[in-house]
Design a protein around this ligand. Structure first.
Ligand code: GLC
Ligand code: MG
Length: 252
């Protein structure tokens, strides 16, 4: 059996160096044997993934989905790599940044994220400076609702709010990628720790939520069948490893 692990990076693979150092060679070994296709599905930019290979010991993935499912990259990964054009074009057809910005107007205390996290397909802000971040997020989500054929709002970690194309997000991007590579969604196991990972769990039958997960993802996991999502007892990469053993991908 060959597997596809689609994993978030921050707070899922990273967070405890020792446990990542334990998991990474086990993943590499499976990749080398042709039994694992490793996908990172992250909010990071590609350059932060590239630096993570050397600085954080992240194993080389077979594909990278960046900026919360709005960019897809295939190897080789370089600072000047361009994201997959077919995915980009599909998303550009429904998204306009000036329209996305309107959803954020007049929210007291909101701050836009730095320019590198605000792209042609992703409009991101911080709400932790708002008097009540949860209320501010709920208000933005309410505003986006009538335009849900073209836009979605993703709320994570009590801080980050992203306005993305409706057709994007981590779950849909993984689905697009595995179809493109003629792989099967039955092979997929997802892993995550926060709100921007929720769509991965909604799209695929097997998932691992690490023990350090944010409350918004734990709530999603609670509503799901136990055979669909495994809530690890261990945090970070150790939790991912525990989940992979639970599903029989790695031997325990
Ligand atoms: C990552 C991204 C950020 C985004 C957050 C939640 O931290 O860098 O732009 O808001 O994930 O999706
Ligand atoms: Mg995360």
């Amino acid at each position: 059996m060959s597997w596809i692990l689609a994993s978030d990076v921050d707070g899922t693979l990273t967070g405890d160096q020792q446990s990542l150092n334990h998991l990474a060679p086990r993943l590499r070994e499976m990749q080398d044997a042709g039994r694992l296709f490793l996908i990172y599905s992250t909010g990071r930019r590609l350059s932060q993934i590239i630096s993570g290979f050397a600085d954080e010991g992240l194993p080389q993935p077979n594909a990278v989905i960046c900026q919360v499912g709005t960019e897809i990259y295939l190897p080789p990964y370089r600072e000047d790599s361009r994201p997959l054009e077919s995915w980009r074009e599909r998303l550009l057809a429904q998204y306009r940044r000036d329209e996305a910005l309107v959803f954020l107007e007049g929210i007291d205390g909101l701050a836009l994220q730095p320019p590198e996290f605000n792209t042609e397909l992703k409009t991101s802000c911080y709400l932790d400076g708002c008097p009540n971040p949860e209320h501010a997020a709920a208000e933005i989500i309410r505003r986006v609702q009538p335009a849900s054929d073209r836009y979605q709002a993703v709320w994570s970690s009590g801080r980050d709010l992203d306005i993305l194309p409706a057709a994007s997000g981590k779950g849909k991007a993984i689905e697009f990628l595995i179809k493109l590579r003629e792989m099967s969604s039955d092979q997929v196991i997802v892993a995550g720790d926060s709100g921007n990972d929720a769509t991965m769990f909604e799209h695929f039958r097997r998932g691992v939520v690490v023990a350090n997960a944010q409350p918004e993802l734990l709530r999603v996991a609670e509503q799901m069948n136990h055979d669909r999502v495994f809530v690890a007892s261990l945090p970070y990469a150790a939790g991912v490893e525990e989940g992979l053993e639970f599903y029989g991908v790695l031997s325990s």
